[in-house]
Design a protein around this ligand. Structure first.
Ligand code: FES
Length: 148
């Protein structure tokens, strides 16, 4: 499986979201292509992304998050929701599909202002439902989360 790792240098992630998070004072919100995250995030040829959580500083504590960019055509972020629990979120707003950005407490849609908690739960519309999750598998032996 690890033999299929592709070059992670393709910049398919959301630079704007990183800038917005920085402006909001969130501290480092790592992206898949950041040098600091590159060793812990690998994109496979089949489009899946494998995250070695111990190697990604943003995921070392609860409520940490990291943007993965597009995973099989979907903008995705991983959120550490607990001691050893992670959620892979589809960052498309459930109202009309605009990609949400990071804000201080969660996610904000730039189109019409829907707000979501860090774990994707809807806090304010016009969206009517939570951010969707993306299929992910946790491998406790390796400490990896495979997304997509
Ligand atoms: S598309 Fe997000 S609030 Fe409308």
């Amino acid at each position: 499986m690890a033999d299929e790792i592709a070059d992670p240098s393709r910049r398919t992630f959301l630079i704007g979201m990183c800038g917005a998070a920085a402006l909001a004072g969130l501290g480092p919100v790592l992206l898949a292509d950041d040098a600091a995250a590159a060793t812990g995030i690998q994109r496979k040829k089949n489009g899946q992304v494998v995250v070695t959580v111990a190697k990604v500083p943003a995921l070392r504590k609860a409520n940490g998050r990291v943007m993965l960019g597009n995973v099989k055509g979907t903008p995705v972020a991983i959120v550490r929701t607990g001691a050893k629990t992670y959620e892979a979120l589809n960052l498309r707003c459930t109202h009309q599909g605009v990609t949400v950005g990071a804000d201080a407490d969660g996610w904000l849609c730039p189109a019409h202002g829907s707000q979501f908690a860090l774990d994707g739960e809807l806090e304010r519309g016009p969206a009517l439902s939570n951010l969707a999750t993306v299929r992910s598998r946790w491998n406790s032996r390796r400490g990896t989360l495979t997304v997509g």
